[in-house]
Structures are given as structure tokens and as C-alpha cells.
Design a protein around this ligand. Structure first.
Ligand code: PLP
Length: 377
């Protein structure tokens, strides 16, 4: 099997699974319990929070654990709208956000909010200037992702944060950093981002655990879940200790020799690009700088057929976001590509363990696909 879909999810290293097993079977105390086993569990949660906060360069108590990136995005958007309820009802985002941002915004639009969707250029890029041109007195939220999950484009979140400050805007800045964390520079505290969403399963952690960074200057964040008062009363519910420990262990492992890992991923991406561009008709769709995502198109060969055919040959790639399940991608649509190019878009995404052999197998499989299918007009 050649797994080339790391933007969808990643394999969990043995050390992460072992750590989770240990927590589940031996250190299973409830962090709210008063006896030593409970206190140990509470200390474990705090030390894990510290590991992730250090990787993000923020204060430990700026991080709240959630169940996934989707939850973090939903919470950030809802709470930002509530925070700005006396300021206005205008929100700025990009047309290429993940559905975990677009759908909660759609729900807010149904409740009377006006949402401005910034359009990318034909390569998938969006500028900070576009945000400022749309900024208004009544803008309460700007939500911009760090790395686009389909194109690998890196968005100018730091510049947007600075520009909002310079303009003395009251809008909060939320960043979906699910694809950016530990792949490109990501420093919410230094940049002055208000809210940032993370997810463990994109970096070798388990599914079912995420986090929301909350700028300490942001007082009175609206709690997500009311109940036992866990997570400083912001998100009640017994802490998912094994998942949290798995998240922290995955971060620790990724942080070891991180620059070398990112350089290796970038080198594999470049090898893959050079090799696949020799497949007749293959086009590069975006020049996104993230080291782990490559977006190409084979016009005339519908991507769903490519993905299915390659899957039969043991090669996992994606036709865009794994969340679209065959529907036309809103990201590719927003880029305004010619129909034939848009229909043939494939996403290949890499991890630190991806090898040249994986890429060679992908190349052979694509050649086979092309030889066995007539191109569509
Ligand atoms: N945001 C982006 C950019 C993503 O790529 C994903 C996952 O594909 C999510 C959010 C959702 O994260 P999760 O799967 O943890 O809910």
C-alpha cells in the first residue's frame, strides 16, 4: 500500500499508540477525582497541554482541548459572533475554507449575519489586502485558514493580524490551522491571532482530539459546553486523557528534527511534481508552498475515476478534500479553472515517512490509468 493522503489523515506511530494504551489501561483516573490517581490524571492533562503550547509558542492556559478541528472551528465562529454582538453582524472569510468553517458561517447567515467570501486567484492565493478592502466598522470576525487543505496555499494570517491591529478593528481573527500546524510557521500569540483551531490526526495523533487556542486578552469567551466545569469552565466533559496524551506524544515526535522532516517532505513534493509532470497532459493547478500538499490535474481524466482506479492498485490519493465524497470541490470551483482541468484535479499529500518508491508507484499507476482509459472531451 502506498499512502499519499496525509492531508486527509495520518498514520499513528507505534509510540503514540503505546502511550495511549498505557493511559487507557493503567493511568485511567478521572482528572476531576480527588485521590492521587485522579490528581495524576489532571497533572498529565496539564503537562500535555504544556507540550502543545510550547510547540505553538503560547501560554499553557491559552489552549482548550476539544474533540476535533471541526469542533474548534464551530466554537470559535459562534463565540466570535457572540463576542461582537454589540458591534455588528458582518463577517469576512475566504471562499476556500474547509466546510467546518463554511457551514457554521452559513448557519450564521441564516440568522442574519452578512458574510463576505474572498475569492482566490486562479492559483488559489488570497492577499491580506483583500481582507482590508472588505473590512467594515461592523465586521466582528475575520476567519482565514493558514494552509488550504486542497491546494497547499499558505495564507497571510500574520499580515492580516497586523493589519487589523493597525486599523484598530474590533473584529476578532480566527485561523483554522488544522493543515498548517507543524507544517509551516504557526505562532498565534506572536502574530496576535485571537482564536486558532488545531487537530491531532493531521500530525500523527489520534482522531477525536483537537484544541482551540484562545488569546489570553480575549476575556469572556462563551463556553461551548456547560456541565462539570472542566477546561476552565469553557468546555465541560471528562477530559479524553488517552487522546490528549496521544496528541501530545505526536507533537513531541513531530518536533524531533522538525526542520529535517519538513525539508524531506518538500524534497519528496518536488520529486513528485517533476515526475508527474512527465505524464502527458498533467498540469500543476496551484503553487501552494505547504511542504505536504501537491495539487495537480490530468484534464480529460475525471478525478473520481483516477482515485478509484489507483485505490484498486493500493495507492491512496484524493480528488480534493476527503470531506467532499465525490462532490465538485468548492475550492477548485472558486479558482475558476477551465471545466476540463477542474474535473481532473487530484491532491497528493505527504508525510515524513513518504518515500520515492511511493511516488514511483503512483507514477506507474497513473500511466496505467491513462493507457486504459479514453480521455473525455
Ligand atoms: N480544517 C481543515 C483545513 C481540515 O483540513 C480539516 C480536516 O480535513 C478540518 C478542519 C477538520 O478537522 P477534524 O477532522 O479534526 O474535524
Amino acid at each position: 500500500m502506498h499512502y499519499l493522503d496525509h492531508a486527509a489523515t495520518t498514520p499513528v506511530p507505534r509510540a503514540v499508540a503505546d502511550r495511549m494504551y498505557e493511559i487507557l489501561t493503567e493511568q485511567y483516573g478521572n482528572p476531576s477525582a480527588q485521590y492521587p490517581m485522579g490528581r495524576d490524571a489532571a497533572a498529565l492533562v496539564e503537562s500535555c497541554r504544556g507540550v502543545i503550547a510550547a510547540a505553538l509558542g503560547c501560554k499553557v492556559d491559552s489552549l482548550v482541548f476539544t474533540s476535533c478541528g471541526t469542533e474548534s472551528n464551530n466554537w470559535a465562529i459562534r463565540s466570535a459572533a457572540w463576542h461582537g454582538r454589540h458591534t455588528g453582524k458582518h463577517i469576512i472569510t475566504t471562499a476556500v475554507e474547509h466546510s467546518a468553517v463554511l457551514e457554521p458561517l452559513k448557519a450564521l447567515a441564516q440568522e442574519g449575519y452578512e458574510v463576505t467570501y474572498l475569492k482566490p486567484d486562479s492559483r488559489g492565493n488570497i492577499t491580506a489586502g483583500q481582507v482590508f478592502e472588505s473590512l467594515r466598522e461592523d465586521t466582528v470576525l475575520v476567519s482565514m485558514m493558514l494552509v488550504n487543505n486542497e491546494t497547499g496555499c499558505v495564507f497571510p494570517v500574520e499580515d492580516v493580524a497586523r493589519g487589523l491591529r493597525e486599523r484598530k478593528s474590533r473584529a476578532l481573527l480566527h485561523c483554522d490551522a488544522v493543515q498548517g500546524f507543524l507544517k509551516v510557521p504557526c505562532a498565534p500569540a506572536a502574530w496576535g491571532v485571537d482564536l486558532m483551531s488545531l487537530s491531532a490526526h493531521k500530525i500523527g495523533g489520534p482522531k477525536g482530539i483537537g484544541a482551540l487556542y484562545v488569546n489570553p486578552s480575549l476575556k469572556n469567551l462563551r463556553p461551548l459546553l456547560f456541565g462539570g466545569g472542566q477546561e476552565r469552565g469553557l468546555r465541560s466533559g471528562t477530559e479524553a486523557t488517552a487522546q490528549i496524551a496521544g496528541f501530545a506524544k505526536a507533537v513531541e515526535l513531530r518536533m524531533e528534527h522538525l526542520p529535517e522532516k519538513l525539508a524531506r517532505m518538500a524534497a519528496i513534493k518536488s520529486y513528485c511534481l517533476d515526475k508527474l509532470l512527465t505524464v502527458p497532459g498533467m498540469e500543476r493547478v496551484s503553487d501552494g508552498a505547504a511542504p505536504h500538499i501537491l495539487c495537480l490535474s490530468l484534464p480529460g481524466y475525471p478525478s473520481a475515476n483516477i482515485v478509484n482506479d489507483l485505490g484498486e492498485q493500493g495507492i491512496c490519493i484524493s480528488a480534493g478534500s476527503a470531506c467532499h465524497k465525490g462532490r465538485a470541490s468548492h475550492v477548485i470551483t472558486a479558482m475558476g479553472l477551465p471545466k476540463r482541468t477542474a474535473a481532473g484535479v487530484i491532491r497528493i499529500s505527504f508525510g515524513p515517512e513518504t518515500t520515492r518508491e511511493d511516488i514511483d508507484a503512483l507514477y506507474e499507476a497513473l500511466k496505467k490509468h491513462q493507457a486504459n482509459r479514453f480521455p473525455m472531451l
